[in-house]
Ligand binder design. Structure first.
Ligand code: AMP
Ligand code: GLY
Length: 421
């Protein structure tokens, strides 16, 4: 099969590495890709938001399957456009991608189908937003409706902060906000592979969203992750599938927008019960960098089965080893940061410590590897348990020479502490 992979982050590098293992793969093309993805794929300089360019590339290269990594082209309808052109594409349609693209859509779907999640109000003006904040009281959560790349959410501990967040949403050009009840608990992520009707469990993970050690500092796209997630016991996974994921997939099919692709359920776990925080309609980043290296199955085979509606009776299985990834980010991230600093000894660290360094934001200048983004590398190690994986990841990181970057030194602390209980 000729496969086209869309995207250029660490998640797409992990997808490329997994696809490359498939005996069914004859050619992997990536657009636009990155220097890590280039270890497995031919790169084409087509940006993911150029839908026409993507369709043309897929047609010209006679692609058998397109695999979409990031959410923006999914919400923009890249899968619909590819299918119209007669090309199989893995990922949800624009209509199904509303599960991530619109918080209000998802909250109303949950309400209609009794899917456990935080109580909420849709607010179409500042006045409605302020009234909802007063009704819920603090702490309370304010979300801008629409894709805001993680920046549209404020968890307000005080009423003052909450009212300011409402003003920000409407001043920021979003026409709508969702104000939500604050949920206590521990967060974990559950992934499901969906074919429109069937949803298979596709791994679990926990990530660290804050920039600094001790889960402090500003929110980021994710500074590290590990899989499995010790809090998500098999019983809890089954509960989340039965109460949250399967009813959602069923509701989407009934609404004429069947969900095909990776459904990423962000869960809040409290008192042994899962509630939905949010959906993403693609794999997590950096969660893909810890879940995919544990997959025992042929990824390409499973993705084709999903697109063909053939997942019933299938199973995704994973090695029992733990995987842990540490993100190395440019100094200053998630605020302003510089591009272009040199990174050395990546290949040596990989070879010496048996880790995989996924590229998220890199570029090359001749032989030199340069930082080219906020999150730059994700160093993934496996081990018999999370403590072993953590130790190996940090030993490898210590061999990477990159004065322009930093990482957290405590990724996995919660899971390691659980081992010691
Ligand atoms: P979201 O983009 O909806 O995932 O929100 C980003 C982060 O905000 C989540 O990962 C949670 O840490 C937090 N969050 C969102 N909604 C809630 C809620 N209702 N209660 C508590 N925390 C929340
Ligand atoms: N790591 C969080 C996300 O992919 O949205």
């Amino acid at each position: 099969m000729i496969v086209l992979l869309l995207g250029s982050g660490g998640r797409e590098h992990a997808l490329a590495a997994a696809l490359a293992k498939s005996p069914k793969l004859t050619r992997l093309i990536a657009a636009p890709g990155n220097p890590g993805i280039a270890q497995h794929a031919e790169l084409r300089e087509v940006p993911v938001d150029d839908l026409e360019g993507i369709v043309r590339l897929a047609t010209d290269e006679k692609v058998d399957l397109a695999v979409v990594g990031p959410e923006a082209p999914l919400v923009a309808g890249v899968v619909d456009r590819l299918k119209e052109a007669g090309i199989k594409a893995f990922g949800p349609s624009a209509a199904a991608a509303r599960l991530e693209g619109s918080k209000a859509f998802t909250k109303e779907l949950c309400a209609r189908h009794d899917i456990p999640t935080a109580g909420f109000r849709r607010c179409r003006s500042g006045a409605e937003g302020h009234a909802a904040v007063d009704a819920f009281g603090a702490p309370v959560v304010i979300k801008a409706d629409g894709l805001a790349a993680g920046k549209g959410v404020t968890v307000a501990m005080t009423l003052e902060e909450a009212h300011a967040a409402v003003d920000d949403v409407f001043a920021g050009g979003f026409g709508e906000a969702v104000v939500e009840e604050f949920m206590e608990g521990e967060e974990a992520s559950l992934f499901a592979l969906c074919d429109g009707t069937t949803a298979l469990v596709f791994g679990e993970a926990q990530d660290h969203k804050r920039a600094y050690d001790g889960d402090e500092g500003p929110n980021t796209g994710g500074m590290g992750a590990y899989s499995p997630a010790p809090i998500l016991t098999p019983a809890l996974v089954e509960k989340a599938m039965a109460q949250i994921v399967r009813p959602t997939v069923k509701a989407m099919a009934e609404a004429g927008a069947p969900f095909t692709g990776f459904l990423y359920a962000g869960l809040m776990i409290e008192a042994n019960a899962p509630r939905l925080v949010e959906y993403n309609v693609r794999f997590g980043d950096p969660e893909a960098q810890v879940v995919l290296p544990r997959l025992k199955e042929d990824l390409l085979d499973l993705l084709v089965a999903a697109v063909d509606g053939q997942l019933a009776g299938r199973k995704a299985t994973f090695i029992s080893d733990a995987a842990l990834t540490v993100v190395m980010a440019a100094n200053g991230y998630p605020g302003a940061y510089e591009k272009g600093s040199e990174i050395r000894h990546v290949a040596e660290a990989e070879a010496r410590h048996d880790v995989t360094v996924f590229h998220a934001g890199t570029t090359t200048d001749g032989e030199r590897l340069l930082a080219n983004g906020g999150r730059v590398l994700a160093v993934t190690a496996t081990g018999a348990d999370v403590r072993e994986a953590q130790a190996r990841a940090y030993t490898a990181i210590d061999d990477i020479d990159w004065p322009g970057g930093f990482c957290r030194r405590d990724i996995g602390w919660r899971a390691v502490a659980r081992l010691e209980e």
